[in-house]
Unconditional design. Structure first.
Length: 202
């Protein structure tokens, strides 16, 4: 079994930035929960078919893709719809992530799960890295990247696990606070550690 390193962090903490460095510098293959979550409802998928059967074809766009805005509207109006959807999709996402991890050929795999704490998915990883930034930086980066206002950014932060809850599941922490944080250095040190774990477990 490939060593699975989980990677999480709050909104705009730098997960994608960090994962890209692991991939570009060291060839580590990534399984990304957000990408998998889109794949299980892509046109022609079993997931999309079941959603259409349950909510009606109004949740399907004319191009065959999921109408996310419509679906959001439906589940926002009624929590039982949200529960139904989560009960359908969460096992599918989990199953596909495990399947994708089995196909990883790099020394270890990086499993990126933004809502790892919220969905209790740290159990899928052997070790967990948390990308940590202070909330003010998160808000600034969210505002800049997503063109939302400060209040919206704060609301998103408030809906996620707290910094403390995330740090509580961390085996390793990458600090990504300032512009000049030595991200590559921190990642290189972790990469060496992970290779050592792989070597010991051979
Ligand atoms: P999300 O889960 O919200 O998609 P994320 O955790 O994957 O976000 P990134 O997309 O990697 O975070 O980074 C968020 C934003 O902050 C991006 O615009 C990125 O360019 C910027 N950013 C990341 N790290 C730094 C840094 N050290 N200095 C300055 N900007 C940074």
């Amino acid at each position: 079994m490939t060593l699975v390193i989980g990677l999480t962090g709050g909104i705009a903490s730098g997960k994608t930035t960090v994962a890209n460095i692991f991939h570009q510098e060291f060839g580590i293959e990534i399984v990304d929960a957000d990408i998998v979550a889109r794949q299980v409802v892509e046109p022609g998928s079993d997931g999309l078919q079941q959603i259409a059967q349950h909510f009606g074809t109004e949740v399907i766009q004319s191009d065959g893709a999921l109408n996310r805005a419509k679906l959001r509207e439906i589940i926002f109006a009624d929590p039982t719809h949200k529960e139904w959807l989560n009960n359908l999709l969460h096992p599918m996402i989990r199953h596909k992530m495990l399947n994708d991890l089995e196909n990883v050929r790099s020394e270890y795999a990086l499993l990126v799960i933004p809502l790892m704490v919220e969905n209790n998915l740290q159990t899928l990883a052997d070790k967990v890295i948390v990308v940590d930034v202070d909330p003010e930086t998160q808000i600034q980066r969210t505002v800049k990247r997503d063109h939302v206002d400060i209040e919206q950014a704060k609301a998103i932060l408030a809906s996620q696990a707290t910094r403390e809850q995330r740090l509580a599941i961390a085996d390793y922490v990458i600090k990504n606070n300032t512009k000049n944080q030595k991200l590559l250095y921190q990642i290189t040190e972790l990469h060496k550690k992970f290779l050592e774990i792989c070597r010991v477990n051979l």
